[in-house]
Each structure stands twice: as structure tokens, then as C-alpha cells.
Design a protein around this ligand. Structure first.
Ligand code: ADP
Ligand code: MG
Ligand code: ZN
Length: 495
């Protein structure tokens, strides 16, 4: 962009992402070490392969490749006839071999897309490529920051954990679109069962951002290759959350716009997102591809994967499931969206809906269960082994054994707080529905004790019956069914 005074509105932001996600496999990508490293002692999950000892040879983990092909199917990508691995060379102590095994010119997925919804608009984000690679180890700088640390500790437990790097086209125009994309990507990956967003470090984002002349954007929203290449962009590293991405990109957009407005050139460089200070800082001028001296990984033969795409099945994806829930169960858009928020929720809803009424199931799963879980900062996965107890509670309501009010306000809450089953709570709290004799007795008492209300009822006053129903409910401790109390009272008063 030429160095002359420019207005803010003349500038447009362009963003492209490189998202690293950890694939959920039991073992690492090139050795048999366990990936379950969360609470492990440093360097306890290592072997000659992931420590890069001379002579150790990598063996490709089939489960990681399967996950990658499943991701390819989900994002509608091309999976090539043959995929190969390369060595990306750079020196840094988190990389014991001095190179990272990754993919280069024959990535396992190419030319995919993911549809996202932003501000009610549906947009497709292009996925340029998605490839497999190994994670490096982790460095711990004693004293905090890399410049002031006295020494650095290294833990190779993460070294060799399988990652997929998903590279988008520069299709984002603001940070909100990026957030919507990240949420959608995680949702799809979790539906596939290849990713766990709750795992520490499972998502890391490098975000590329440039500022261009708004006139370069065509009517169709497209930007020419030339304009994209001509723009100086920064790559912001070290972003590890959706919120972090939004903040880092908002900061970077403002920084670059200000520079352009003052007639300064934006430097093409790598910047570091400093989460605690909320700013991006210059790290180094960006590496060029030649710095990495890519060459074929001779220890891993080319892999024929073209028929894997047909062989591997993927589950119904969130958008399709949302659509089907609306049609099949007549749910509102909002309910369908809540009930498909994770595959576990959707599966559970369908279990309950097939047994009882879809509307009753929707109320119980979306409003009651998810609402109470959310209030306790929990997810359905936290009660995964107790879902049958919850189904029994819905059954108790459906069959009229307890009232909806008691089920919602007492039984469900105690189930979650005390980890008890519904029958135990109902027994202890005496919440079973009152027997007929008890209700009839309460009806008789209510009529005898409230002659004024009876008189009002006969005079045609609307509120009188409700008042009497309330009296009966109070006498039975809320265990009677308000509908049948209403009927009983009418019968007796109209005799
Ligand atoms: P490199 O080889 O330097 O890593 P790539 O062409 O592979 O660059 O692109 C890396 C990322 O940069 C991609 O996510 C891409 O969408 C993004 N990108 C490309 N051009 C631009 C641009 N002008 N502004 C912002 N991001 C861009
Ligand atoms: Mg790159
Ligand atoms: Zn190992």
C-alpha cells in the first residue's frame, strides 16, 4: 500500500489461520508412547523414537491417519492417491531430532471447506490444506519469560503427539468470523471423536493478518491473488484460545491500520501474542520456506490412502443433525441447536425422544438437564455414566409418579448435587404422588374449611377454584397432580 494519508474505512482486514489441533489417539504418531501425559512426570512418556536418538526409526500410527482422513471427509477435502512425509529442519531444543516430521507437497487433505454462520449469514471458509505432523516437546523457562530465565527445563512427553495443521484460505474479514470458525471447527472435530477441546494445549493457532485497500475487494467479496501476495502480513503465534484469537487479531488489526494511516509500512514478520499484556510483540522476521530445508522423510514410505476415504465412515455432522432434528422432531431452531451442541447431547436426546415424547424429551434435556449442568459448570460428559438414572426420572414424570415441579426443583437438583439416584431421593423426600385417599381427604378438608371460596365458586368467580386447588396442593405437600385435583374439586362442588 502506498504511503499516503488513508481513512480507516478505506482499509480492509484480511485474515488466514493455521490451526494446530491434537488428534485423540492412545499412542504418539511415530512410536508406542502413551499420549496420556496430563498428570505424568516430565519425560516419563518417552522412548528412543520420540527422543530422537540415533538409529531409532518412526512407525506411522494408523489411528492418526484414519482421524486425518475422517477430518478430510468432514471438510469435504481431496484426499490424494498417495501422501508423503517430509522433514522440516530447524534448530530448537524442543525438537530433539533437529527436524519435525510433517507433510509438505502431498498433504493428506487439500481443498476443503467449512461452512460457518456469522451474524445470521452462512459463509464458506476455504481450507487450503490439512496435514499431519508431530508435536515438539515443551520448554519451561525458569522464572517465566524466555529473555530473563536463568535456565530452561525440557519435557519431551508431548514430543510426537499427533497434530493436524489446518490451513485456511485468507477468507476472514474480521475477528468475529474467526471465532465462529474456531467454534465450528471444534464442534465438527468433536463430533468426529478425533479431538477433545477440554485437553490442555489441544488447540493452538497461528493467525496471519494483513490490511489492504478496501477497493481490492471485488463485488463477490473475493480478493485477487496479486493483492493478497502484495500485502505485507504478520503471523501472530502463541494463541491458544478462541478468546485469545479474537483479542490478538483485534489488536493486530488496529496496530496495522494505524501504521498504514501514518504512512508507515507494515513489516512482514512473526509476532508473539502476549496474553497477559494483551499485545502482540515482534519476534523475528518471518522465516522463508527455504530456511526449513524441507526434504523427504526417507524413513517413512509413501502412504496409499485414496481408498481410505470410502472405507472410513463418519457420523452425521452437526449441521445435518440440526436440520434433521427440526424436521423429524419438529423442534425450534434454538432447541435443535442446543440439542446438537455435542454428539453426546444429541445422542442422549434421541434416546429419550424415541422412548417418550420428543417435546417432553426436548424440555427435559435442553432446559432442565443442560440448564442445571450449566449452572454447575458441568457438561453432559461429566454425568455420562448416569444417563440411565436421568431417563428414569423422565419416565417417572411421564408416567405421573411424581409431579413435574418436584422432579425439576428437587429430584434433578439433588441428583446432581448429591449424586444419588432418583428413587432414593423420592423416597427420602417423600415426593411420591399422594395416593387417592389422601387427595380426596384434602379435597374434603379444603371445601369444609373455605365456605367463602365455595360460595364464590358457585357465584361464578374465576379465582375461587384456583384458590381451592392451591389449598389442596399445600395440604398434600405438592405431591398431588394439579390437573386431577382441579377435576376432583369440580366434581365435588358441582354435585
Ligand atoms: P507461508 O508459506 O508463508 O506460511 P501460506 O501461503 O502457506 O504462507 O499461507 C499461510 C497462511 O497465511 C494461510 O492461512 C493463508 O490464508 C494466510 N494468508 C495468505 N495471504 C494472506 C494475506 N494477505 N493476509 C492474511 N493472511 C494471508
Ligand atoms: Mg505456513
Ligand atoms: Zn516414544
Amino acid at each position: 500500500m502506498t504511503a499516503q494519508a488513508v481513512q480507516q474505512e478505506d482499509l480492509a482486514v484480511v485474515i488466514g489461520l493455521e490451526v494446530h489441533v491434537q488428534l485423540e489417539t492412545d499412542t504418539k504418531i511415530f512410536c508406542g508412547c502413551s499420549t496420556d501425559v496430563a498428570d505424568a512426570k516430565p519425560n516419563s512418556h518417552t522412548c528412543p523414537v520420540c527422543l530422537g536418538l540415533p538409529g531409532a526409526l518412526p512407525v506411522l500410527n494408523e489411528a492418526a491417519v484414519e482421524s486425518a482422513v475422517e477430518v478430510g471427509k468432514a471438510i469435504d477435502a481431496d484426499v490424494p492417491e498417495e501422501t508423503t512425509f517430509h522433514r522440516k529442519n530447524y534448530f530448537y531444543p524442543d525438537l530433539p531430532k533437529g527436524f519435525q516430521i510433517t507433510q509438505y507437497d502431498a498433504p493428506i487433505c487439500q481443498d476443503g471447506e467449512l461452512a460457518v454462520e456469522v451474524g445470521g449469514q452462512r459463509r464458506s471458509v476455504g481450507i487450503r490444506r490439512a496435514h499431519l505432523e508431530e508435536d515438539p516437546g515443551s520448554l519451561q523457562h525458569a522464572g517465566g519469560s524466555i529473555d530473563s530465565a536463568d535456565y530452561t527445563l525440557i519435557d519431551y512427553n508431548r514430543a510426537g503427539v499427533p497434530l493436524m495443521e489446518i490451513v485456511t484460505e485468507p477468507d476472514f474479514r474480521d475477528a468475529d468470523e474467526v471465532r465462529a470458525f474456531l467454534a465450528k471447527l471444534e464442534e465438527v472435530l468433536e463430533y468426529l471423536g478425533v479431538f477433545d477441546s477440554g485437553r490442555d494445549g489441544s488447540l493452538r493457532i497461528d493467525a496471519n493478518l494483513s490490511v489492504i485497500d478496501a477497493g481490492e475487494i471485488g463485488d463477490d467479496g473475493e480478493i485477487s491473488e496479486e493483492a493478497l501476495d502484495a500485502a505485507n502480513r504478520t503471523e501472530v503465534k502463541n494463541i491458544s484460545s478462541h478468546k485469545g484469537a479474537q483479542k490478538a487479531l483485534a489488536y493486530e488489526a488496529t496496530r496495522q491500520k494505524n501504521a498504514v494511516q501514518r504512512g508507515r509500512e507494515v513489516e512482514q514478520e512473526t509476532r508473539h501474542w502476549d496474553e497477559s499484556r494483551g499485545i502482540t510483540v515482534s519476534m523475528r522476521s518471518k522465516e522463508a520456506e527455504k530456511d526449513y530445508r524441507y526434504f523427504r522423510e526417507a524413513d517413512l514410505p509413501p502412504l496409499q490412502v485414496s481408498d481410505w476415504k470410502e472405507r472410513l465412515e463418519i457420523p452425521e455432522l452437526p449441521d445435518a443433525r440440526r436440520e434433521r432434528f427440526r424436521e423429524e422432531y419438529g423442534l425450534s431452531a434454538e432447541a435443535a441447536s442446543k440439542l446438537t451442541s455435542t454428539r453426546q447431547v444429541a445422542d442422549f436426546y434421541e434416546d429419550v425422544a424415541s422412548e417418550y415424547d420428543p417435546d417432553l424429551a426436548a424440555t427435559w434435556v435442553a432446559d432442565n438437564l443442560l440448564g442445571e449442568l450449566n449452572y454447575r459448570d458441568k457438561a453432559i460428559t461429566d454425568v455420562a455414566d448416569r444417563l440411565d438414572e436421568f431417563t428414569r426420572l423422565v419416565e417417572l414424570v411421564a408416567s405421573g409418579e411424581i409431579t413435574t415441579k418436584n422432579a425439576e426443583e428437587t429430584v434433578l437438583r439433588e441428583m446432581l448435587d448429591e449424586s444419588e439416584d432418583p428413587e432414593t431421593i423420592i423416597e427420602r423426600e417423600g415426593l411420591g404422588k399422594a395416593d387417592e385417599g389422601e387427595v380426596e381427604g384434602a379435597v374434603t378438608d379444603a371445601i369444609e374449611e373455605n365456605p367463602d371460596a365455595v360460595e364464590d365458586y358457585h357465584a361464578g368467580e374465576d379465582g375461587a377454584l384456583n384458590f381451592l386447588v392451591g389449598q389442596v396442593m399445600a395440604k398434600t405437600g405438592g405431591s398431588a397432580d394439579p390437573g386431577s385435583v382441579n377435576g376432583l374439586l369440580r366434581d365435588r362442588l358441582d354435585e
